[in-house]
Design a protein. Structure first.
Length: 329
């Protein structure tokens, strides 16, 4: 009897295998959703939509952008974490949603490591210290900002796209490094923070490079410094924080990446990673990243390498958050 049961099991496995293989080979056969956790017009949204078009062509099915903003990207992250791992829902994540928030929030409705499958790293994203030349014409350089903040502790403020966002923590790192007292004013997303800067409701905004480059090019804001160790090719005339603010060694940037729910079949993970790599390493796409978004193209090619970066940054950002005193319930 045991031998008979073994033979029946082997026979059933052989009969099921072709169907299982056919199902894997059939992916994708319907539209794929690429979900983001930030508003339309944000740096995340800009990249999502740029990525979705060539992915649609590569995969042969529509890749649809769906933004569910709020709670520092946690609303979208929770939705994806609890969704089926069938290859039809992916998350456009950030260092905020999948590294910073792990420490910033007292509790999360998901585990940023265990509840997700890493798929692809998309590049490193700097911030730009910006001011409104109309509302704050006195700030012509980063040195002017530092001098004003030291002369009037607590009088200046800076906008962010939300607690724990790169726009918040880049500012926090700057304030810590310079020994300043500047008030943080969080908004819900990039559009609200940008509007506050342009209207004069806030003094400063460490905006992400993509949106900032557009506003600088239009003359609506002035870029005083970039948070990277080297100047950005897209903003060659804007000095680094280290250069302009007298803070040697200052370097702050975050990243974008694609995640799926935990348990994504390895064949789908591998295929999606390969298609994304083909898109983001194409010369035209890299030119767009560097020259219009100020994003450093990724050199992290595999999901395993991406997971290692995520885990490293969870630990690294935890220290920044503890020093800043930031905490969200």
């Amino acid at each position: 009897m045991p031998m008979r049961r073994l033979l029946l099991t082997l026979t059933a496995t052989c009969l099921l295998a072709p169907g299982a293989l056919a199902q894997a080979d059939a992916w994708p056969n319907r539209p794929i959703t690429l979900m983001g956790g930030f508003p339309n017009g944000s740096g995340v949204d800009i990249y999502q939509r740029k990525l979705a078009e060539p992915l649609t062509r590569a995969l042969g099915v529509p890749v649809v952008v769906d933004n569910r903003s709020g709670a520092g990207g946690n609303i979208a992250s929770e939705f994806v974490a609890k969704a089926p791992a069938d290859g039809y829902l992916f998350l456009f994540g950030t260092a905020g949603t999948h590294a910073i928030n792990a420490t910033l929030y007292r509790s999360l409705p998901f585990d940023p490591v265990k509840d997700f499958t890493p798929v692809a790293h998309l590049g490193d994203v700097p911030n730009v210290l910006t001011v409104s030349p109309e509302k704050r014409p006195q700030y012509k350089s980063c040195a002017d900002v530092v001098s004003a903040a030291r002369a009037r502790p607590g009088a200046l403020n800076y906008a962010s796209t939300g607690n724990g966002a790169s726009t918040h923590l880049a500012g926090a790192q700057f304030i810590q490094a310079a020994g300043l007292d500047v008030v943080h004013v969080p908004y819900r997303g990039q559009p609200g923070a940008q509007t506050a800067l342009l209207s004069g409701d806030v003094d400063l905004f460490f905006n992400q490079s993509g949106p900032a480059i557009g506003y600088i090019g239009q003359g609506q804001v002035k870029g005083l410094a970039v948070t990277t160790a080297k100047r950005l090719p897209a903003l060659p005339d804007v000095p680094t924080v280290a250069e302009a603010c007298g803070l040697p060694g200052f370097d702050s940037s975050t990243w974008y990446g694609i995640f799926a729910p935990a348990g994504l079949p390895e064949a789908i993970q591998t295929r999606m990673n390969a298609e994304i790599q083909r898109v983001i390493t194409a010369p035209d796409f890299q030119k767009w990243l560097i020259e219009t978004q100020g994003i450093t193209p990724s050199t992290i090619n595999t999901p395993g390498e991406f997971r290692a970066v995520q885990e490293r940054d969870i630990a690294g950002w935890a220290e920044v958050i503890r020093r800043s005193g930031a905490q969200v319930d």
